[in-house]
Design a protein. Structure first.
Lengths: 245, 245
DNA sequence: GGCGAAATAATGTCTATACATAATTGCCGA
DNA sequence: TCGGCAATTATGTATAGACATTATTTCGCC
């Protein structure tokens, strides 16, 4: 394997012809039999290459009809989800989380909470600020379902913020981020030391474990102080860092 | 194949045990030989399942040492990059793009442009507004390298906006999005019909083809009118739509 | 000419085998 | 004791063949 594997070579051959535009969406790819002759190898080897391209979304394959270049439906990019304590520490700054509020509520009495977290029962509500070297980075409001995570009721979040605690203790199977902009509310503005209505990046994340909602969190980042980065490329280079501008 | 393929079943079996937390990062996975006995199939079938999990980043495999659950380096989610004309049309609204400015500049005379697009030479500069049923959705400023895309110089963008034209004509191999918040500038505010400084979602995208930068675009979405959605899950269900709140 | 059935061509899956490669383990001798 | 060589183990790659599945095409029949 001094030279790369054959199935790998076939894959990148076709991939580069697609990405460079030589092959356009809808164009037919030679059949496995033909490629097998072209490269002088067995069908399984060709199949491995084409299957990889298929599951990568570059090819569409139909029995009897053959393979053709897929037309990109929605261009999807990888978004690195921020883990604040880790990212702040990585930049050599001191991370701190200040808890502003901590209370237990119930979705049966507060419909607005029920709507946000999308489940019934008792809920832990926390508000707090993430800081790097004491400078506020983000304001967050979080709801945690106590029926899904009973252990969190005894935590005081002096050592680590609720998000990191959850990440370490509760495995999740599904998550959804909604990314938008918003003006800072009065509590957020005070916490972030900006004017009310100042533009902020808003990240709302819901996390589920097997159809049960675990937590809902809304984070506000002051505009210009934080960016999310999503990239797309054939070969994923080192992960790009989110971070301050 | 009434039941799903065996290699698929093995894959999802292990995948769900990883995602649910039964198997933690670092835990060892049975060897291909053992799994082959467990499922009563050949090694190639097991290999296909484990290879898929490996290339999906869920497993780490080392010869002689065996396979173990990979520790997630950065949690990455799929972000569907918005294609405005398509999304507006999909919601049954009439899409329109109004060109506000169109001029040709040169990076050798305007350093700020050179910095943004990251290449030398003549550059097409366009400003415009995307509208759905005449309501402004997004304001965009775009730079296109004329040395990379000479054909665009003759386009007047009456029929389709520069972004869609590029998407249809120029294949790209790499792209990067920077997502943040910003206050509307005076031109953007006038175009979007909001106050100066109103919070906006800002998406900056650079697109390359083989190390050559093709275009840089900055889009501003009025806060609350548009959201990006990124999700992560074991089985990718139908793609979630970005869109108005 | 049109309709339905059979042939056909492509991919999907699986097996059994073979050899290559890498890393670990353990043995053996200086 | 320690250094290095060899055996072992697990994965990586590839082959040839088999059967299943699914559209498409073709052909025969009415």
């Amino acid at each position: 394997m001094a030279s790369t594997a054959l199935h790998e070579r076939i894959r990148t051959d076709i991939e580069s012809r697609i990405l460079s535009g030589v092959l356009k969406p809808g164009d037919k790819i030679p059949s496995e039999l033909e490629l097998m002759g072209l490269y002088g190898c067995s069908r399984m080897t060709v199949n491995k290459a084409l299957s990889a391209l298929n599951s990568a979304g570059l090819l569409e394959r139909r029995k009897r009809a053959g393979s053709c270049v897929a037309r990109p439906r929605t261009v999807a990019m990888m978004l690195d989800v921020p883990d604040l304590p880790a990212e702040v520490a990585k930049r050599g700054q001191a991370y701190r989380f200040d808890l502003l509020k901590r209370e237990i509520s119930d979705t049966r009495h507060h419909r607005s909470i029920a709507e946000k977290i999308g489940c019934e029962g008792r809920v832990l509500v926390t508000h707090g600020v993430h800081r790097a070297d004491a400078v506020p980075i983000a304001y967050e409001e979080r709801l945690v379902s106590l029926s899904a995570v009973p252990d969190i009721e005894t935590q005081d979040f002096a050592d680590e913020p609720p998000g990191s605690w959850l990440l370490r203790h509760i495995p999740w199977t599904e998550a959804e981020n909604r990314i938008g902009a918003a003006g800072a509310g009065s509590e957020a503005a005070r916490a972030l030391n900006v004017n009310v209505g100042a533009p902020c990046l808003s990240v709302e994340r819901r996390t589920w474990q097997a159809a049960q909602c675990i937590t809902f969190v809304r984070q506000l980042y002051v505009a210009g102080s934080y960016e999310l980065i999503a990239r797309f490329g054939p070969a994923q280079k080192g992960p790009v860092q989110n971070g301050p501008v």
